[in-house]
Write a protein that binds this ligand. Structure first.
Ligand code: HEC
Ligand code: HEC
Ligand code: HEC
Ligand code: HEC
Ligand code: HEC
Ligand code: HEC
Ligand code: HEC
Ligand code: HEC
Ligand code: HEC
Ligand code: HEC
Ligand code: HEC
Length: 387
């Protein structure tokens, strides 16, 4: 017996750090059934012993969590790093034992190598924290489904997760149901649609908790990674802008083959159909569609956007003092001539903008360019216009 203690003493003297850890393991293993210890070893402060870093990389998980909205809301490590249900909790505790083993017997490089996997690879991160865990808190449907299927451990109150019951929890925290509620954000990609297509939260929200931000915005470059590169496979519905003759169909599918999402969003357009409205005056400005469709970078052919260019149906009526008014009809002129015969030179597409006089017309300007007695009746046939 004495011999054995001597050996232990020698070992402790030569490797004090390791011995302390072994002691902790020893105690942990023996009292594992004890709820108090479970509690203690689940607290962020305990995790911090081996995850003590600062900054945003591997080992800084406790530090970054403290800066995140989840910590403010009381969501702790094992609420995410342990699946919902009693079994999920147990599994997390057992993997904690494995962590301890690695801490003692493997090198620091090895530890960092493992931790960096989740930092660098969204796919790996998605396996580490399955989407169902996030959905358990952030939706009603998945919460109810899991509660029906699994044995929950709410009664011992080991962590927040197992006592989460939606919609009560959501309402208490003022959170939306990401499947059924419209998001307040300018960007709403449709969560349910993406989850049904087999995505994970990490495809868009990677580093959301441990990236060092309180509330991380999704980087739109992430959308492009899938949508622009796989535009041929992932079909998005057409956007219809405007109504009637002026209605314009905008095809994401087509444009996404050429452009990344952030070349249009959010500078040129919001990610929200029906917000942008354009009149003809905008067509010649360097905005919206026309920052490209200016006849150089992309076509400015009315018909390629407008199935039928919107023409005023009613005549444009010019009134003047002391003389009869003149009706100008697009119904005739717009059919007989292409729009660019008259637009935007000499006329912009806005009624009553261009000042005109008869003397200019007699000299072959404006209406007189055609109404010269050859191409059309002459500008001196007063009553054919003034009626
Ligand atoms: C709201 C959920 C959530 C909470 C709370 C949370 N994590 Fe994480 N954790 C994640 C996700 C998701 C990942 C996957 C990598 C990523 O996206 O950053 C992750 C990754 C990790 C990793 C892998 C290495 C790394 O840096 O990515 C460690 C270690 C970790 N978390 C520890 C902790 C500790 C310790 C706490 C408590 C102080 C904690 N986590 C709290 C969600 C959470
Ligand atoms: C005794 C030291 C120690 C303690 C305490 C500790 N960890 Fe770890 N943890 C490690 C080591 C070492 C690794 C890397 C090797 C591995 O995967 O086990 C790790 C890895 C992780 C990972 C990433 C696993 C992966 O596969 O990428 C998560 C998540 C994690 N720890 C969470 C926690 C949480 C949460 C706590 C507190 C409840 C905690 N750890 C407490 C040592 C520890
Ligand atoms: C235990 C329940 C719980 C789990 C598990 C959980 N969250 Fe949360 N989440 C919350 C709470 C509570 C908030 C804070 C809501 C608030 O204060 O607006 C929050 C906030 C967020 C926000 C910020 C919301 C905003 O208003 O900007 C995002 C994004 C988010 N969670 C995503 C995730 C992801 C992704 C996961 C899985 C890795 C996850 N959450 C896991 C409860 C949870
Ligand atoms: C296709 C990309 C994508 C996927 C996948 C995705 N999200 Fe989101 N999520 C977004 C975008 C974009 C926003 C809104 C803008 C922002 O926060 O940057 C958002 C917002 C949120 C919000 C804030 C809701 C609010 O009311 O403002 C929560 C919570 C959230 N996501 C949770 C999740 C969870 C949990 C998952 C996995 C089940 C998930 N998201 C998967 C892109 C995604
Ligand atoms: C990992 C790949 C991936 C990422 C990242 C991604 N998406 Fe998607 N998205 C898809 C897939 C796949 C579909 C098709 C779903 C289906 O078939 O219903 C889709 C569908 C859509 C649709 C529905 C199209 C429609 O009209 O029905 C919209 C809108 C959309 N994504 C927007 C976004 C936004 C915004 C982001 C970034 C915040 C984003 N996506 C990020 C893969 C992705
Ligand atoms: C790149 C596509 C594109 C091209 C090319 C284009 N337009 Fe448009 N036009 C639009 C869009 C988009 C709107 C806005 C529809 C809405 O929101 O009501 C619009 C609106 C208009 C309007 C205003 C309609 C209203 O109800 O206020 C007129 C007039 C118009 N276009 C005429 C033309 C004519 C004429 C041409 C050719 C010289 C032309 N457009 C070329 C996309 C285009
Ligand atoms: C060439 C420009 C352009 C590109 C590139 C583009 N969009 Fe759009 N997007 C638009 C326009 C225009 C609208 C409608 C805006 C409006 O009506 O105010 C729109 C609307 C949206 C909406 C809202 C849809 C709805 O139903 O409310 C989403 C989501 C969206 N885009 C996602 C994306 C994603 C993801 C990408 C990259 C894969 C992308 N967009 C690339 C021009 C573009
Ligand atoms: C970032 C530049 C850019 C923006 C912004 C843009 N387009 Fe385009 N668009 C192009 C290019 C490039 C082509 C292909 C070359 C061409 O047709 O001139 C194209 C082609 C088209 C076509 C013909 C191909 C098809 O889909 O059948 C239509 C219609 C069109 N765009 C409509 C629009 C409308 C409407 C808007 C605004 C809501 C818009 N575009 C915004 C660059 C852009
Ligand atoms: C023969 C010449 C001519 C042709 C061809 C023509 N327009 Fe016009 N348009 C005019 C004149 C003149 C005005 C009024 C300008 C003014 O009063 O300053 C006008 C005004 C307009 C307006 C503004 C209406 C308003 O209420 O502000 C629109 C829209 C318009 N034209 C569309 C078209 C379209 C689309 C075409 C082709 C299909 C077309 N026009 C062809 C001469 C023409
Ligand atoms: C591009 C040539 C062209 C221009 C510019 C033009 N017209 Fe005409 N217009 C014609 C032709 C051709 C006819 C039919 C032949 C005829 O009756 O001599 C016509 C017919 C008419 C008619 C009789 C049919 C009807 O629509 O009631 C009126 C009135 C008229 N034009 C008014 C005008 C006025 C006002 C302007 C200037 C604002 C104008 N036109 C500019 C070519 C033109
Ligand atoms: C091709 C159609 C057309 C014919 C023919 C025509 N007018 Fe005009 N007239 C116009 C238009 C268009 C205006 C400009 C209205 C405005 O800008 O408010 C105008 C303006 C006028 C004006 C007020 C502006 C000015 O120049 O003083 C007078 C006066 C006038 N016309 C007299 C005549 C007389 C007299 C004749 C015959 C000798 C005649 N017009 C023939 C279309 C016509």
């Amino acid at each position: 017996m004495k011999k054995l203690f001597g050996k232990i003493k020698d070992f402790v003297k030569s490797r004090p750090k390791t011995s302390i850890v072994i002691l902790i393991v020893f105690i942990a293993v023996f009292s594992y059934a004890n709820v108090e210890v479970m509690h203690y070893t689940s607290e962020p402060g305990f995790c911090e012993m081996c995850h003590p870093g600062t900054g945003t990389g591997a080992l800084s998980e406790v530090h970054t969590w403290r800066q995140n909205i989840h910590s403010e809301a009381g969501v702790k490590c094992l609420d995410c790093h342990g699946e919902p249900g009693l079994f999920g909790y147990k599994k997390a505790k057992i993997s904690g034992l494995y962590d301890t083993y690695v801490e003692i017997f493997r090198s620091e490089e090895y530890k960092l190598k493992i931790l960096n996997k989740a930092v660098e690879d969204p796919q790996y991160a998605a396996d580490l924290v399955p989407s169902t865990t996030c959905l358990f808190c952030h939706t009603d449907s998945v919460n109810q489904q899991i509660r029906d299927e699994r044995l929950m451990a709410g009664w011992v109150n080991l962590r927040m997760l197992d006592s989460v019951e939606n919609p009560d929890f959501r309402e208490e925290k003022g959170m939306s149901d990401i499947f059924t509620d419209e998001l307040e954000s300018d960007v709403d990609p449709g969560h349910q649609r993406h989850m049904e297509a087999g995505l994970s939260c990490m495809d868009c929200h990677h580093r959301m908790v441990h990236g060092g931000e309180y509330r991380a915005q999704v980087d739109l470059a992430r959308c492009s990674e899938c949508h622009s590169e796989r535009a041929a496979e992932i079909s998005m519905s057409e956007i219809i802008m405007g109504e009637g003759d002026a209605a314009v169909e905008f095809s994401h599918d087509f444009h996404n083959m050429i452009f990344d999402c952030n070349q249009c969003h959010m500078d040129l357009f919001p990610m929200n159909a029906g917000v942008t409205s354009l009149n003809f005056g905008d067509h010649t400005e360097d905005t919206a569609c026309f920052s490209c469709h200016n006849g150089q970078a992309a076509s400015y052919d009315c018909n390629s956007c407008h199935g039928q260019p919107p023409m005023p149906e009613e005549p444009i009526t010019y009134t003047m003092d002391g003389f009869d008014p003149v009706d100008f009809n697009h119904s005739f002129h717009g059919m007989a001539f292409s729009c660019d015969t008259c637009h935007d030179d000499p006329w912009t597409m806005k009624a009553y903008e261009t000042p005109m006089t008869m003397s200019q017309m007699y000299q072959g300007e404006f209406c007189g360019s055609c109404h010269n007695g050859q191409d059309a009746f002459a500008a001196t046939s007063c009553n054919r216009c003034h009626n």
